[in-house]
Design a protein around this ligand. Structure first.
Ligand code: IPM
Ligand code: MG
Length: 357
């Protein structure tokens, strides 16, 4: 059956990196991968075109898609807009509307790039962590929220951290399913010493693992300590599971351990296995339009799409193998450039991956 892929280039470097990832999909389509690709507007690009960061047409196509490939959203240009129509709302709206609650953010060190990390090679060599971030709940979506004026005339900003038990259960299960295919070690990150909401998180995580995944070795860590441990001794972690906001922060930290945020893809999945795939890095407005962005994170996101939503694990392996080959061949975009390597631009990197495929 033909699989539908919705391509959402978005803002900043989004269109450049997505174009290279689409070349990879085209190449596989030429070899029999049965897909149909549509393109849609999201983020600032959508706001500029039709006045909203998440047009109904995009949402309709997204609902029909088996996989969504997203570049990035946001940029200085839209920073002064009302929060309700900022580019980020396009992304958050897609997550919420499609129920993409499980966000997988791998932090894997490509051995060829060990020198790119700001940490000592012995700390990061062989690093392979999977952060599972809850993506449709918590303080990002909790009500009430807003900025109100108090009786004394002072303004007060407020947001709400909420998790219902079923939201905790399903994300912990999602993390456990992944841990079962890896090292069977799960670290649940919370702030249970201060926040009741995450006290419940800890309790539910413990129950789910004890009752449903007895083989998994579960540990708990406060988020401040987790941030420290990620930098101190990251290889102690296999799979980490945490709330929306803690996951936002820790996944950036984990990504930087690999030295190259331009190398990491991500998957956001719902209960039906539908998924949105995007690089972990943002829209990088400072280098947008120069053709020098690193397309590998987006290309590796395509590999995740093949694995998690299109049921094509062999093709996913091939993409990862091709990326490995171009790194072995010494090709580097500026963000991962080092002595003795060959600097290439975004397009040349994409072409090299296609050739290696
Ligand atoms: C991310 C980003 C988003 C988030 C922004 C762009 C809304 O930082 O995907 O990590 O906070 O979730
Ligand atoms: Mg983030």
């Amino acid at each position: 059956m033909t699989k539908r892929i919705l391509v959402l280039p978005g803002d900043g470097i989004g269109p450049e990196i997505v174009a290279e990832a689409v070349k990879v999909l085209d190449k596989l389509a030429g070899e029999g991968l049965d897909i149909e690709m549509d393109e849609g507007l999201v983020g600032g690009a959508a706001y500029d075109a039709v006045g909203t960061p998440l047009p109904e047409a995009t949402l309709d196509m997204a609902r029909e898609a088996d996989g969504i490939l997203l570049g990035a959203v946001g940029g200085h240009k839209w920073e002064s807009l009302d929060i309700a129509v900022r580019p980020e709302k396009g992304l958050l709206g897609l997550r919420a509307e499609l129920g993409l609650f499980s966000n997988l953010r791998p932090a894997v060190l490509a051995p060829q790039l060990a020198d790119a990390s700001s940490l000592k090679p012995e700390i990061v060599s062989g690093l392979d962590i999977m952060i599972v971030r809850e993506l449709t709940g918590g303080i990002y979506f909790g009500q009430p929220r807003g900025i109100r004026t108090l009786e004394n005339g002072e303004r007060q900003g407020f947001n709400t951290l909420v998790y219902a038990e079923h939201e905790i259960e399903r994300i912990v299960r999602s993390a456990c399913d992944i841990a079962m295919k890896r090292g069977k070690k799960l670290c649940s990150v919370d702030k249970a010493n201060v926040l009741e909401c995450t006290e419940l998180w800890r309790e539910v995580a413990t129950r789910v693992v004890e009752q449903e995944y007895p083989e998994i070795e579960l540990s708990h860590m406060y988020v401040d300590n987790a941030a420290m441990q990620l930098v101190k001794w990251p290889k102690q972690f296999d799979v980490m599971v945490t709330t929306n906001m803690f996951g936002d922060i820790l996944s950036d930290c984990a990504a930087m351990l690999t030295g190259s945020i331009g190398m990491l893809g991500s998957a956001s999945l719902n209960e039906k296995g539908q998924g949105m795939y995007e690089p972990i890095h943002g829209s990088a407005p400072d280098i947008a339009g120069q053709g020098i962005a690193n397309p590998l994170a987006t290309i590796l996101s395509v590999a995740m799409m093949l694995r998690y939503s299109l049921d094509q694990p062999a093709m996913a392996d091939r993409i990862e193998g091709a990326v490995n080959k171009v790194l072995d061949d010494g090709l580097r975009t500026p963000d991962i450039m080092s002595d003795g390597m060959t600097e290439v631009n975004c397009e040349a990197m994409g072409d090299a991956v296609v050739a290696a495929l």
